[in-house]
Design a binder for this molecule. Structure first.
Ligand SMILES: Nc1ncnc2c1ncn2[C@@H]1O[C@H](COP(=O)(O)OP(=O)(O)OP(=O)(O)O)[C@@H](O)[C@H]1O
Ligand SMILES: [Mg+2]
Length: 320
């Protein structure tokens, strides 16, 4: 079983608005409402890939009830801790004419210490039947930034593999606790290693630095694929994967679909190059659908052979 953790679960509303302009009144030509938050999106994509997954996390108030109802309707196993304050609603406006998208995310509820401990108990219980735990997204207000790090340590003690996709301080502190995989996008990776990437060498060095900080394996998603440092035959190797971009319907959550694909393949025992091929295909395929984490496995299989994966020379670390 794979667990996904979403501490800041949401109701995600996506609106298609042609010629979206600030300061104007618009009518949406298409709209969807789904349960969301990064871990939930990963769970949706894992389920579409036929993987056994349970979504856990924190959900509050009437919006929290809707989140749980949406998940159950979709057939995504779930077990959330219910809290007093209201879960957030996030809005994405996709403009089909320009291809641009605008996201507005609410803050989310404040979580009390007692509520958080209820969640930790639940996670430890679920972990008894799990092989992998994916921590994805931001931390709610009122929660210690070290939480992901603490949970990663607990999971390691229980022999559960840990995958982390977050940003800022929660990502930085948790990476030091040795997660099995971190998978930030380029901007988040820059924040993690503490400097900007101006060229390919910088990016390659950055992926290595994420491992030096503590992650066993690291991936940096890029608009046209990813760079990754993965274990193979007893050593760490640097890989690059690329795919020609597709015309997106909505690219919200493509990183979450990517991560689901990677987790499904990596812990299904496929070799590193195959895992990256599959992950990039999942990210790309998900852009063809309205709704984060939505993808079709058959289309992923069709796209995967088009992903080019190569082993790369790792630049010497420490080069300015
Ligand atoms: N238009 C596209 N065509 C093909 N692949 C795409 C496209 N957009 C994104 N992808 C793929 O999706 C993956 C994730 O991309 P990205 O780095 O944008 O994730 P992200 O910023 O974490 O996204 P999110 O946080 O919204 O899930 C990448 O591997 C990328 O190749
Ligand atoms: Mg992401």
């Amino acid at each position: 079983m794979i667990i996904t953790v979403t501490l800041n679960a949401a109701i995600d509303k996506t609106l298609a608005v042609p010629n979206f302009r600030l300061g104007r009144r618009h009518r949406a030509v298409e709209q969807t409402t789904m349960a969301g938050g990064k871990g939930v999106n990963v769970a949706r994509a894992l389920r579409a890939l036929g993987q056994p997954v349970i979504a856990t996390g924190i959900a509050g108030g009437p919006t929290g009830t809707r989140i749980v109802e949406h998940l159950t309707e979709e057939g995504i196993l779930n077990d959330f801790v219910r809290i007093r304050e209201e879960s957030r609603t996030s809005i994405a406006v996709v403009d089909p004419t320009s291809g641009e998208q605008t996201e507005i995310n609410e803050h989310g509820p404040h979580v009390s210490e007692l509520e958080l401990e209820l969640f930790v108990d639940k996670l430890l219980y679920l972990a008894k039947g799990a092989a992998v735990c994916v921590f994805a997204g931001s931390l709610p207000r009122g929660v210690d930034v070290g939480l992901y790090g603490r949970l990663i340590e607990e999971m390691k003690r229980l022999g559960v593999l840990t995958v982390l996709d977050s940003e800022g301080e929660p990502l930085r502190t948790a990476t030091r606790k040795g997660p099995d995989v971190v998978s930030p996008n380029e901007l988040e990776a820059e924040g993690l290693v503490g400097h900007e990437f101006s060229d390919d060498d910088d990016r390659r060095i950055g992926v290595g630095e994420m491992v030096e900080l503590g992650a066993r394996e690291s991936i940096m998603t890029l608009p046209e694929g990813c760079l990754a440092m993965l274990h193979e035959a007893g050593e760490r190797r640097l890989y690059g994967a690329t795919l020609d971009p597709l015309e997106p319907v909505s690219s919200v959550g493509s990183g979450d679909a990517f991560l689901a694909g990677f987790v499904a393949a990596r812990y299904g025992g496929r070799d590193p190059e195959d895992c990256l091929r599959f992950a990039v295909a999942c990210g790309a395929e998900s852009t063809q659908h309205f709704g984060a984490g939505v993808l079709e496995q058959r289309e992923v299989e069709r796209l995967a052979p088009e992903v080019r994966v190569e082993q790369l020379e790792a630049p010497p670390v420490g080069v300015p």
